[in-house]
Design a protein around this ligand. Sequence first.
Ligand code: KG4
Ligand code: ZN
Length: 345
Amino acid sequence: MTVFALETSCDETSAAVLVNGCVRANIVASQIRLHAEYGGVVPELAAREHLRNLIPVARMAFETAQISPSEVDLVAATRGPGLPTALWIGLRAAQAMAFALGRPFLGVHHHAAHLYSPWLQGQPACLDLSGFEPHVSLIVSGGHTLLVYVTAPLQHHLLGATIDDAAGECFDKTGKLLGLPYPAGPWIDRLAEEGNPAAHSFPRPLRDDSTDNFSFSGLKTAVRYFLRDHPEVVQHKGSLSDLCASIQAAIVDVLVTKTLRAATRLGVSLVTASGGVTCNRALRRQLQDACNRHGLQLRLADPTYCTDNAAMVGALAELLARHGRSPTPLDADILPDWSLEEAHV
Ligand code: KG4
Ligand code: ZN
């Protein structure tokens, strides 16, 4: 089966071609530079940029895959959650393409697409669910921080989510306070590699709380007050690195502790992690160390598939087709607030 997929839920315009679950092309046009001067994603600008990029990105995906549109068996796009105006562009383009080609269309859930990205493995990357067992999945990104109990393929139970800022948002907003460019996550990651994570002690919000929910806005406020009292820290690379390492340590500690606690409580022996923040090296190392200590297996999404991309959208569409899910109507609308538990059941 040949799947063509589009992803436009936020600030990446992406198109992918998968043949029998293997990624033949995954083109991503990032809008990071466009939004950097505003310090965050501006929805109206994102939508215009998707319109500009969509056709070149789609054309490049077909050329890279050496597949023609007439060979496509299934067209897919992200239907939600995401920025409404951004979602509309990819969804409507994919539906129009399915209509023109006379092929089925599948609208997929963005977080579910992240959730299966750790199962894209190998070179070329192929969707391979052998080794699947009930597991706890951490989805951690700029717009979402979720803990999910996956009992069977496409059976998702939401354990917890952030009650305010997402973890990626915390990286980006605290980084902005430090004067780092948007998105600050990768900058903090790089600076933190040379810093001392024990240099400063920041709060670990909700880490020891009995729920699986997260909260990161208090940490951001703590960094704001810290900078008010110690403005000189950001002026020297050494002290800035220590500060980045200390902020990152607080975020990573909360993510790792809560993921491992949920996994232990539910008695699973597998943990997966995906989403943009899963690129973070300290998070990858510490999740691995914690899983080793608890005798759990860990599956991390490859960094290529951590940030938003259409390959994961196509992979989920392939999985849905394998599980006999019906096509989405060609006039189906976007679902900006689509719940993960209701999607694809
Ligand atoms: O999954 P993604 O591309 O978009 C959303 O769906 O939100 O994630 C983007 C987020 C941003 O907040 C960015 O700062 C963060 O992922 N990020 C990182 C790293 N790389 C990307 N955060 C920490 N360390 C990184 N290396
Ligand atoms: Zn995402």
